[in-house]
Design a binder for this molecule. Structure first.
Ligand code: GDP
Length: 446
């Protein structure tokens, strides 16, 4: 996960600070030195580090903070605010044109994830009820057009590859594609372009000509987060030539440092609009600087978690489950369904990393290998039960337990453990459902 190490370092600094009670200027300076070191280690550009620390210090040694009852918390809040600002403040999504279609040009180096991102964006827009079309403009890499076509089929959106008149001319192919998409009623057109291994004049020239022909409303630069500082050099070069409107940072799932995400905005003056978090088409998320800053500081990112749950869960199914819990009809079948819904939200360790208040933040999850196989086992056990057993687990005696274990390729102890877990969950759910509104809140300590 991006920011893992930075997150750990910063949280350690603040844990120490929080243990101090009253803070003096010297304590703050010492903590900020550590923050500085952590940011540099995370590959944030040194000039950016310098600037942001000056701002943090100016606010943190202020009268109000040091004399407050909770100075450490105040300092943490200031760091969060400044990191948020650094990453661009509020979230900025696609700026849609007043008159459809909105044309979005994607550029970037070869391998940065342009083609994948085009498909991911199309998927997102389609989910939002829009009518996106894809246009292939990368005619050099032989497999690129085909790759886009495969992805387009997977996402279920039309893909234009330029007719015979384009004859290998990328600019012409892009222009024809946009025209065809417009004619067919697209309200968003995503144009994939050719990248090179390095920034070169020929590529820029072609991109400029493409831009002048298709007149995009958005020019998004796709950057590979794993290349760190190099990504920023690329960003600067593109920004000089192309008047970018925003950035997409890909492969943040493989980048433990996160320095590019932290400095890209400051270096280019352009907002990161989306981040890629994996290879699958649904693994693209809007970039929210404030949520990201909270996550880095171990304050969790509950909003993203809720959004993910909402898009993963079948609303009707969620409603049905809630009702069944209320009526105390919660069966092993429901348990299994609930498990499946949670799994759709993504890998367990990623979900847990977004929860606030884990002691030590996301770092504490290191030792906790959430075993996806364990979930698979639970699924197998429940599936080996008869429908009657799933609805009335109390009838599952010793011989049934042995049969279920055999059928699911597990041990009797596994079956026992699952039944116990289920009983506990059911008891808990009954208490929650039966409790008067608001009572649960008190119990959890607010
Ligand atoms: P292009 O040359 O810029 O069009 O790059 P591609 O779209 O072909 O992507 C290059 C590789 O990066 C492919 O293997 C993608 O699956 C992978 N990729 C793209 N985005 C992400 C991401 O967010 N996370 C991960 N892990 N891989 C990604």
């Amino acid at each position: 996960m991006a920011f893992e190490r930075l997150s750990e370092r910063l949280q350690a600094v603040f844990r120490q600070l929080s243990g101090r009670g009253k803070l003096g200027e010297r304590d703050v300076d010492e903590a900020l030195r550590e923050v500085r070191r952590a940011l540099l280690e995370a590959d944030v550009h040194f000039r950016v580090v310098k600037e942001v620390l000056e701002r943090i210090r100016a606010r943190a040694v202020g009268e109000e903070v040091l004399s407050s009852l909770t100075p450490a918390q105040q300092v943490i809040r200031i760091v969060r605010d400044e990191l948020t600002e650094l990453m661009g403040g509020a979230n900025q999504g696609i700026a849609f044109a007043p008159q459809p279609p909105t044309v979005i040009l994607l550029c970037g180096l070869q391998g940065s994830g342009k083609t994948t991102t085009a498909a991911k964006l199309a998927f997102r827009l389609k989910q939002q009820g829009r009518r996106p079309h894809l246009v292939a403009g990368d005619l050099y890499r032989p497999a690129a057009v085909e790759q886009l076509q495969v992805l387009a089929r997977q996402v279920g959106v039309p893909c234009h590859t330029g007719g015979p008149q384009a004859a290998g001319d990328a600019v012409e192919a892009a222009a024809q594609g946009v025209a065809a998409a417009t004619e067919q009623g697209a309200d968003a057109v995503l144009v994939d372009t050719a990248g090179r291994l390095q920034v070169d004049a020929e590529m820029m020239e072609e991109l400029r000509r493409t831009r002048d022909r298709v007149k995009p409303h958005e020019v998004l630069l796709v950057l590979d987060a794993m290349t760190g500082q190099e990504a920023l050099n690329v960003a600067r070069a593109f920004q000089e030539e192309m008047e970018l409107t925003g950035l997409v940072l890909t492969k943040t799932d493989g980048d433990a440092r996160g320095g590019a995400a932290l400095s890209a905005r400051a270096v280019t003056g352009r907002p990161i609009k989306f981040v890629g978090t994996g290879e699958r088409v649904e693994q693209l998320e809007p970039f929210h600087p404030d949520r990201m800053a909270s996550r880095i500081l171990g304050m969790g990112d509950v909003l993203t978690l809720i959004e993910r749950a909402e898009s993963a869960m079948d609303q009707k199914e969620a409603q049905r489950l809630t009702e069944r819990i209320r009526e105390a009809h919660f069966t092993l079948e429901d348990f299994l369904e609930q498990l499946r819904q949670v799994r759709k939200m993504g890998p367990m360790d990623e979900i847990l990393g977004m929860l606030p208040g884990l002691p030590g933040g996301a770092g504490s999850l290191k030792g906790l290998q959430v075993d996806e196989r364990e979930l698979g086992r639970v699924e197998a056990i429940i599936q080996s039960m008869t429908p009657q057993e799933r609805r009335n687990p109390q009838i599952i005696d010793g011989s049934r337990r042995r049969r279920i274990a055999r059928g699911s390729g597990t041990q009797v102890q596994d079956v026992n453990r699952l039944l116990k877990q289920f009983e506990q969950t059911r008891t808990l759910l009954r208490q929650v459902a039966g409790a008067p509104l608001g009572a649960g809140r008190k119990a959890s300590g607010g």
